[in-house]
Write a protein that binds this ligand. Structure first.
Ligand code: NAP
Length: 167
């Protein structure tokens, strides 16, 4: 396990996290929370680990944060991306301290066993999609914070949940 490594994701109640390379809902408060959590303390900006498909889905580089991108393609490169070809290489690039794993599904599966904390946005609605996260085991993960938000306008109800690995 890696101290300070956390996963951050939003998941619909049927497990969907993405559809055709994008996220199938728009919740501005979730984007704001994502920014705050990936900027970290004193807005220093955390290293973020992501899959090549998630990197491609970003609207552009996210200011002040490092983009460590996992790919199996030895020729792949992109401006602003630090390239890793394995979990170990990604962790070495990230270094010590807080590290945010920002998706997608393949990359969450790889890093879940190493995470101490999960910052989940639990969306209380089902969505159509092709990228999924399985539910977390209540034996392995303990909820330490939960903030519920009602549905309004075109937004579903959702909860911001912080989980820590149970001792
Ligand atoms: N709801 C959320 O919070 C959230 C967050 C992030 C993303 N998403 C969504 O999730 C979807 C993308 O997820 P995804 O699972 O399809 O793709 P992904 O996890 O973003 O990226 C997969 C890619 O990562 C690389 N990779 C995977 N395992 C590797 C390994 N062991 N070593 C080296 N490279 C490895 C490969 O890149 P190459 O093909 O280049 O080899 C693979 O194609 C999109 O719809 C996105 O919008 C949702």
């Amino acid at each position: 396990m890696s101290d300070g490594l956390f996963l951050i994701y939003a998941r619909a109640s049927n497990g969907v996290i993405g559809n055709k390379g994008s996220i199938p809902w728009h919740i501005p408060a979730d984007l704001k929370r994502f920014k705050a959590l990936t900027m970290g303390q004193e807005n220093r900006g955390l290293p973020m680990i992501m899959g090549r498909k998630t990197f491609d889905s970003l609207p552009g580089l996210l200011p002040a944060r490092r983009h460590i991108v996992l790919t199996r393609d030895s020729d792949w490169q992109a401006e602003g991306a630090e390239i890793a070809h394995s979990v170990g290489e990604a962790l070495d690039l990230a270094g010590a301290g807080e590290v945010a794993v920002i998706g997608g599904a393949e990359i969450y599966d790889l890093f879940l066993p190493l995470a101490q904390r999960i910052e989940l946005t639990d969306i209380h609605a089902e969505f159509e999609g092709d990228a999924h996260m399985h539910p977390l085991s209540g034996e392995e993960w303990e909820v330490i914070l939960r903030e519920d938000h009602h549905a309004r306008d075109d937004q579903p109800a959702y909860s911001f949940v912080t989980l820590e690995r149970a001792q």
